[in-house]
Design a protein around this ligand. Structure first.
Ligand code: FMN
Length: 173
């Protein structure tokens, strides 16, 4: 797939098959996160990948209450470290959310390229995730990313109906 094909084939999968995800693919996906750019190259992120420990995976599923999430064979928890992120001097803007989002996008696109599917989840119980993994308080859980083989195919027509047209979102001067 060329880049646009990968981008169009990434979609929010909300139905995961029970086919296990190959470990090499998980490592490749995490390599894509590792090489992501970040402001000042501070790399203010940390990831927990849950798949092997089935008891822990079950508890991870309980941090977001959707039936389909219970079938996700792999869940990546993406954390941002606000204390380690670059802050712009002129207005004190902390860039951790931007940096982690880029890394997560690398994850979702790399997964797509490997025939896997993902979904961004931000509407999870933050306190439950913090309690479960007990990471230092400076690490803020930003998103859960289920990874697996999807029971559905992406709807490639959705960009026509479900995305704003280019002339509405960009000006070419
Ligand atoms: C920052 C962010 C947070 C999201 N949180 C959730 C979520 O909690 N649950 C969910 O089912 N989808 C979530 N989504 C998925 C969006 O609903 C989805 O990306 C959007 O509707 C476009 O559909 P597509 O990803 O299939 O192209 C989130 C997406 C983003 C980018």
């Amino acid at each position: 797939m060329n880049f646009l094909e990968i981008a169009k084939n990434r979609f929010s999968c909300r139905s995961y098959s029970d086919k296990p995800v190959e470990n090499e693919k998980i490592i490749q996906i995490m390599e894509a996160a590792r090489i992501a750019p970040s402001a000042h190259n501070f790399q203010p992120w940390y990831f927990v990948v849950v798949s092997q420990n089935k008891e822990l995976l079950k508890k991870t599923h309980e941090t977001y209450h959707r039936d389909w999430f219970n079938d996700a064979p792999v869940v990546i928890i993406a954390y941002a470290n606000k204390e380690k992120a670059w802050t712009r001097k002129t207005d004190q803007k902390n860039h951790s959310d931007i940096d982690i989002s880029i890394a997560i996008d690398h994850i979702t696109l790399a997964a797509t390229n490997l025939g896997l599917a993902t979904c961004w989840i931000c509407n999870f119980y933050v306190d439950k995730v913090q309690e479960l993994f007990n990471l230092p308080k400076n690490l803020e859980p930003i998103a859960l990313i289920p990874v697996g083989y999807c029971n559905n195919k992406p709807d490639l027509d959705r960009f026509e109906q479900k995305r704003k047209p280019l002339d509405e979102i960009a000006k070419f001067l």
